[in-house]
Design a protein around this ligand. Structure first.
Ligand code: ZN
Length: 150
């Protein structure tokens, strides 16, 4: 295993073991449930918005290590960002896990998100890794209550 792979593995293990922003929110502006029936990952994402800014974000639920670590990394990255910035991160993440990133430089710019680059080799896990992002995307667009990867 390369040093980079090991580092990526560590980020995922760490965020799975101690997920950031893993809690409920009272009176959220948006509350959307995301479900990945293939794996059974199931999370609810809570958002507090102020104009175009994500003032607060947290999530609760359960699922595999990749889905939980991804929700944790996602929540810590988008907090304090504008909706547009969050959508840009979502696009970069989507390109990363589907193997469409433009080489190592683009991946390195993604920081902790790059930990999920290995997922592109395992198509079944792409849905695990992207679940939280799709749920965030839905929550930013509207107050739909439930999204599914299917
Ligand atoms: Zn999963």
């Amino acid at each position: 295993m390369s040093a980079l792979r090991e580092l990526y593995q560590e980020v995922i293990l760490d965020h799975n073991k101690s997920p950031r922003n893993f809690r409920r929110m009272e009176k959220p502006d948006r509350k959307v449930e995301g479900y990945n029936p293939l794996c059974g990952d199931h999370y609810t994402i809570f958002l507090k918005l102020e104009n175009d800014i994500i003032k607060d974000i947290c999530f609760e639920g359960a699922g595999c290590a990749i889905s939980k670590a991804s929700a944790s990394v996602m929540s810590s990255l988008v907090k304090g960002k504008t909706k547009a910035e969050a959508e840009m991160l979502f696009n970069s993440f989507h390109r990363l896990v589907t193997g469409e990133s433009d080489g190592v430089e683009e991946i390195e710019k993604l920081g902790k998100l790059a930990a999920f680059s290995g997922v592109s080799e395992f198509p079944a896990r792409v849905k695990c890794a992207s679940l939280a992002w799709h749920t965030l995307h839905a929550a930013l667009a509207s107050n739909e209550h439930r999204v599914s990867t299917e």
